[in-house]
Ligand binder design. Structure first.
Ligand SMILES: [Zn+2]
Ligand SMILES: [Zn+2]
Length: 260
């Protein structure tokens, strides 16, 4: 559990680092440009991790619970949790919050009401909690799944911290408030890791539930938060989009290199 906590801490630190990059470099400098490539790399890597690592493992867990008989019925609860995780983020990031997207916040007019910024950060807080849940439950399966899911999550952590700090500044808050908000996002990730650590000691089959639900959250983040940010480009530059495929390739490479 101590090592899982360490990976949680690293992911949380990347959140804070993203916030510091924004505050120090500003939204319109090199920081934003290079983070866009990181968003694309992260999106590709996350999608591959979900479909090639987490879903096969989840199906395996639920098939074993059904006495090794693979059937649509046996995996139905897991698939329902996957959908629920996806919809939960649609609800918290985009139904409750009036304005949220990844990347630099360039619409300060959306934050005329101060509550708009806080609901956006609040939605992201819930998503980052499940980033922590993903990391911890993947490590509870085995080290290989753990490290691959950790990398998948880590790749979008800096852009995430950058996003939070950017929302706070666009809403007219101080740099100090921006950094506090990024620290809160990092803390949510750590809270997710700790929650799974505690849950797992009380409920032996907790991973079977936590893994598909948090995979649904990750699917939302990759396909519905990060990919739109990749596709929103100026001057029709396809370079950022190509990096998505690079993320998938990187996943396959590491998948081959890391021993199970
Ligand atoms: Zn905006
Ligand atoms: Zn996240």
């Amino acid at each position: 559990m101590t090592s899982i906590l360490l990976f949680g801490l690293l992911a949380a630190a990347a959140n804070v680092l993203g916030g510091v990059v924004l505050v120090k470099a500003g939204a319109h400098h090199w920081g934003e440009r290079s983070l866009k490539y990181l968003v694309a790399l992260g999106a590709g890597f996350m999608l591959a991790a979900i479909f090639i690592e987490i879903l096969p493992v989840t199906i395996d867990i639920w098939t074993q619970t059904a006495n090794g008989q693979p059937s649509a019925e046996a995996v139905l609860p897991a698939m329902t949790l996957l959908l629920a995780g996806y919809l939960a983020i649609q609800f918290f990031e985009h139904t409750l919050a009036p304005h949220f997207h990844f990347g630099a916040e360039t619409h300060p007019e959306s934050f005329m009401r101060p509550s708009a910024a806080y609901t956006a950060v609040g939605g992201l807080w819930i998503h980052t909690f499940f980033d922590g849940v993903s990391i911890a439950s993947a490590f509870l399966v085995n080290f290989k799944v753990g490290i691959l899911v950790f990398i998948a999550i880590l790749l979008h952590k800096m852009p995430e911290g950058f996003t939070v700090a950017s929302i706070m500044l666009a809403a007219g808050r101080s740099t100090r408030a921006a950094l506090t908000a990024t620290a809160a996002i990092g803390a949510a990730t750590l809270a997710g890791v700790i929650a799974i650590g505690i849950l797992n000691t009380r409920m032996s089959n907790s991973v079977g539930y936590a893994l598909p639900f948090s995979a649904g959250v990750t699917l939302y983040v990759a396909a519905s938060d990060l990919i739109p940010e990749v596709n929103y480009k100026e001057e029709g530059n396809p370079k950022v989009s190509i990096v998505v495929f690079g993320g998938v390739a990187l996943f396959y490479l590491l998948h081959k290199l890391i021993e199970g």
